[in-house]
Design a protein around this ligand. Structure first.
Ligand SMILES: Nc1nc2c(ncn2[C@@H]2O[C@H](COP(=O)(O)OP(=O)(O)OP(=O)(O)O)[C@@H](O)[C@H]2O)c(=O)[nH]1
Ligand SMILES: [Mg+2]
Length: 292
C-alpha cells in the first residue's frame, strides 16, 4: 500500500540535505510540529536525537533518521484483533461526522465477507438524515445483509435487533455504524453509552466486542482531542486511520498512541472498497519519517 506522507517527504529532504548542527535540529523541530506530532512528542524526539548526536559525533543524518523511527515506533501498536469464526463478533464504529465511518464499515464488510465470514451491518446512525440510506446502498451493492430502522429511531434498538437477527441467521460479524454528531457533544456521548449497555446486556462476549474510533488523517490535532473525548465516554479498543492518501501528515496518530496506547487496526487510503489494509507499523513509519 502506498502512503503519501507530507511529513515524510519533508523529513526525507531534511535528513538527506543537511549537516547535523543546531540549525538542523531547529528545522527538524519545526517540521515535526507542523506534522502534528505535538509539542511533547516533538521535545522527546529532539532531545533524544540531540543527546545521541552529542555522545557520538559519528552519527550521520541517516542513522538519526533510523533512530527517530525507533523512538516513534513504541507509540504505534499494531492491533492483534481478529474475528473469531463461529462466534459472535461485534464491532462498533465510532467517530465524529465525516471522518469516514460508513465508508470504512463498507470496506470492512467486503474484506471480511471475502475472507469467508458472514457479515451483518447495523444502521445505527439514526440521527443524520440519509445516513441509513447511505449504508443501505453499500449493503445492497456488496450483497450484505443489513438491519435498519427509520431515521430518528433509537440506535440502541437497532443494534439490539441486529444482534437478535444475527443469532437467528448465523452471522459471525456484526458491524455497527453510529452517529458522528447530535444536538450536542453530551447527547452524543450519552447515546453511545446507552448503545454500549445494550450490547453488553445482549451478552456479547467482551473479548469479541470492539469499539474502534475512526480518525481522519487530514484533521491533525483535532484527531487527538476526538480520541481523548470518545475514550472518556467509552473505553476504546483501537483506531482506524482514514484518508491517509491525500495531504495527510499522520503525526496525530503518534500523539494518540503516546497518550492512550491504543492499537491501530486499519489504515484507509481512498474511497474505493478495497482501499483498506491492516496497519503495518514498519511501512507506516518508513513513510512517516521519510526512509523510503
Ligand atoms: N480520500 C479518502 N476519502 C475517504 C476515505 N474514507 C472515507 N472517505 C470519504 O470521506 C467522506 C465521508 O465519509 P463517510 O463514510 O460518509 O463518513 P462518516 O464518518 O460516515 O460521516 P457521517 O455519517 O456524516 O458521520 C466521503 O466522501 C468518503 O468517500 C479515505 O480513506 N480516503
Ligand atoms: Mg456515516
Amino acid at each position: 500500500m502506498a502512503f503519501f506522507s507530507k511529513l515524510g517527504s519533508k523529513l526525507k529532504s531534511l535528513f538527506t540535505s543537511r549537516v547535523i548542527d543546531d540549525e538542523f535540529f531547529d528545522n527538524l523541530e519545526d517540521t515535526l510540529i507542523e506534522g502534528d506530532l505535538g509539542a511533547r512528542l516533538t521535545d522527546e524526539v529532539i532531545s533524544e536525537l540531540k543527546n545521541a548526536s552529542r555522545k557520538d559525533k559519528s552519527l550521520d543524518a541517516e542513522k538519526l533518521q533510523v533512530m527517530m523511527k525507533e523512538i516513534l515506533s513504541k507509540y504505534l501498536v499494531p492491533s492483534t484483533w481478529s474475528v473469531e469464526k463461529g462466534k459472535e463478533n461485534l464491532v462498533l464504529v465510532l467517530g465524529v461526522n465525516g471522518v469516514g465511518k460508513t465508508t470504512t464499515i463498507a470496506k470492512m464488510a467486503k474484506m471480511y465477507s471475502k475472507e469467508g465470514y458472514k457479515v451483518l451491518l447495523a444502521a445505527a446512525d439514526t440521527f443524520r438524515a440519509a445516513a441509513v440510506e447511505q449504508i443501505d446502498i453499500h449493503a445492497e451493492r456488496l450483497g450484505i445483509r443489513i438491519v435498519k430502522q427509520k431515521t430518528g429511531s433509537d440506535p440502541g434498538a437497532v443494534i439490539f435487533d441486529a444482534i437478535t437477527s444475527a443469532r437467528s441467521h448465523g452471522e459471525d460479524l456484526i458491524i455497527c455504524d453510529s452517529a458522528g454528531r447530535m444536538h450536542n457533544k453530551e447527547n452524543l456521548m450519552k447515546e453511545l453509552k446507552k448503545i454500549d449497555k445494550v450490547i453488553k446486556a445482549k451478552g456479547i462476549d467482551e473479548k469479541n466486542y470492539k469499539k474502534f474510533l475512526v480518525i481522519d488523517a487530514t484533521t491533525g490535532q483535532n484527531g487527538v482531542s476526538q480520541a481523548l473525548l470518545f475514550n472518556e465516554a467509552l473505553p476504546l479498543d483501537g483506531i482506524i486511520l482514514t484518508k491517509y492518501d491525500s495531504l495527510s501528515k499522520g503525526g496525530a496518530l503518534l500523539q494518540i498512541g503516546k497518550m492512550l496506547s491504543l492499537p491501530i487496526v486499519f489504515i484507509c487510503t481512498g474511497e474505493g472498497y478495497d482501499d483498506i489494509a491492516p496497519f503495518d507499523r514498519d511501512e507506516f513509519l518508513n513513510a512517516l519519517v521519510g526512509l523510503k
